[in-house]
Design a protein. Structure first.
Length: 273
């Protein structure tokens, strides 16, 4: 059974101020938005000031051109007096069985290299053996469900002491979270950001200021991870589902860690072959 989210803003506020806030956040003028949505600047102004009630189709069209996340499109519809359009199906619902199976095959096929799937709060919903192999030495408390990828990575009792270029990698992850907060305007995500940003940077690990070396460092920032006495080097890639029609699916992200040097690839192949 699917359910629809109630949205993050009260319907009493009206859809106009919400649309204006999204437009201003995207730094788009009323005229530019009108041209994109095949409307007029006058009509956009009337919608934003409450002088005109947009149709359901117009709300969805403006949300599309403003790149409003699927969850927030439901909030806009509610504020305009319409029913939510996009369901919010639990990932364990039978309706998503095909999706779950596809995810498991995808990350399983990526082995021996690490791959995981996270939701909007960076909670891990699936991971392959390449990921779990790296969990050695992590505090058992951090491994209790729901596993959170940001806590696992940045906590002093997580991977952080073994990330040799931690300051660089930590900065990369925090910037990534900041972009997601700006996109989704999520209070829970902001709270998670403030939590992990406050974690102390461990003094252990010696190579904490180590600069990445090798050809890959010229085009992507690798994560340098100490594992069983050797340095593994990974480049991260994140992908999402195209044109999702469900809130849950829209907020899933698949992260893969590609070996950044031949030694890392050879080691992982020898461990998980």
């Amino acid at each position: 059974m699917t359910t629809a989210p109630s949205g993050t803003a009260p319907a009493a506020e009206g859809v106009g101020p919400l649309l204006r806030a999204w437009r201003e956040q995207r730094r788009i003028s009323q005229l530019e938005l009108a041209l994109r949505a095949d409307s007029s600047a006058r009509h956009i102004s009337f919608i934003e000031t409450g002088r005109s009630r947009p149709s359901e189709e117009m709300v969805l069209r403006l949300a599309e051109h403003l790149d409003v996340p699927v969850r927030e499109r439901n909030a806009l519809l509610l504020a305009a007096g319409y029913a939510p359009r996009f369901p919010h199906t639990p990932l364990d619902d039978p309706a998503l069985e095909v999706l779950r199976d596809g995810i498991e095959r995808l990350i399983g096929g990526f082995e021996p290299y690490p791959a995981l799937v996270v939701d909007a709060m960076y909670d891990v919903v699936a991971a392959n053996r390449g990921v779990t192999m790296l969990f050695d030495g992590i505090s058992p408390a951090l491994l209790e469900p729901p596993l959170n990828a940001m806590r696992l990575t940045l906590h002093p009792q997580g991977l952080a002491p073994r990330i040799l270029n931690l300051r660089q990698w930590r900065g990369h992850l925090l910037e990534q979270m900041e972009r997601q907060i700006a996109l989704r305007r999520s209070a829970p995500l902001r709270a998670l950001y403030e939590e992990v940003a406050a974690f102390p940077v461990p003094e252990a690990g010696g190579g904490i200021a180590e600069e990445p070396q090798g050809p890959v460092a010229y085009f992507a920032l690798p994560m340098l991870l100490e594992h069983e006495g050797r340095t593994l080097s990974f480049v991260s890639s994140i992908s999402t589902f195209n044109t999702p029609m469900d809130v849950t699916v829209a907020e899933l992200a698949v992260e893969t860690l590609l070996p950044a040097d031949p030694a890392t690839a050879k080691y992982l192949q020898s461990r998980l072959s």
